[in-house]
Ligand binder design. Sequence first.
Ligand code: NAG
Ligand code: CA
Length: 365
Amino acid sequence: MNRLGAVWGILLLLGLSPMPFVHADITDGNSEHLKREHSLIKPYQGVGTSSSSQWDFWGSTLVTSQYVRLTSDERSKEGSIWNTVPCFLKDWEMHVQFKIHGSGKKNLHGDGIAIWYTRERLNPGPVYGNQDHFVGLAVFVDTFRNDLHGMDVRPVFGNSPKFHGLALFIDTYPNDEASDRSFPYISAMISNGSLPYDHGKDGRSTELGGCSVEIRNKDHDTYLAIRYSRGRLTIMVDIDDKNEWKECIDIGGVRLPTGYYFGSSAATGDLSDNHDIISMKMYQLMVEHTPEEENLDWTKIEPSVSLLKSPKDNIDDPTGNFRSTPLTGWKVFLLLLCALLGIVVCAVVGAVVFQKRQERNKRFY
Ligand SMILES: *[C@@H]1O[C@H](CO)[C@@H](O)[C@H](O)[C@H]1NC(C)=O
Ligand SMILES: [Ca+2]
């Protein structure tokens, strides 16, 4: 290739590389698109004090000029804060700055924070101080593992000595890194109200995906971003003080209506933490929709996710969201295949050795 050709090649590569588009999509604090009516920003003037207020709070929530404390580091507290203005944006990104801190030692703190985009608001219940049969989207920052037996449901795994070699294979398989959900753990759930969030099982059966995060007692700021655009739900975290987003959840086939409410809630039980919201900043994403899409009544959409399988077996999700689960069908198949291969190799080697020996023996006769 001559030099001009190389230059064109590079230009083409730059132009076609998906990265610029991905980044163009993230608002990253572009103040033009900040929607004040859906944002909660220091010093939280007017929050909850008047009928024209854009944010209401409930329960143990304490609003100071520096933070909104949903619960303090005390037992059996529940608090929430809710946007009073329904959101009619079709494509949006919510940036939440939060801080979870307390005196509890490792694993002796709880329960966490939930961020909501739901049909109802200020509806207390057992899920981080909110209702369990909610309609809409919930993102949970779960700091306490309730389901202590969650790890016992894996058959075979290391139980039978016969499987040791193969178990090693499973262990090193990249998709299985998250096999043990370590806590704190961020997960997302979308519900039409039919299925409850099961707090005792940390919502494992209804989660769409998740990631483990280290977010407690940090000296630096910790952020979470939830983006919904064109049927795609993306959750990112910025928790390492590096000022960059890291993907936590990214799934397609998501349908959420307009006209729901944003909110946040937190609860403590026997164990506790301070659960603080520093800010919730809502950005409108500038996305074109077809005339047909524009003509739909987006408020009538029922929250749903079109997965081929149930969320829990979300292995073949084409979006690459490989949250692993205990041995699923194709892993068992892989295991058996490996076992079979092993047997075949042994048999072949055995046969060859046997034959060689036979030949050698023949030569002596
Ligand atoms: C609600 O969702 C469940 C599955 O999560 C589904 O079986 C049910 O049909 C949905 N309800 C409606 C009214 O669509
Ligand atoms: Ca939990």
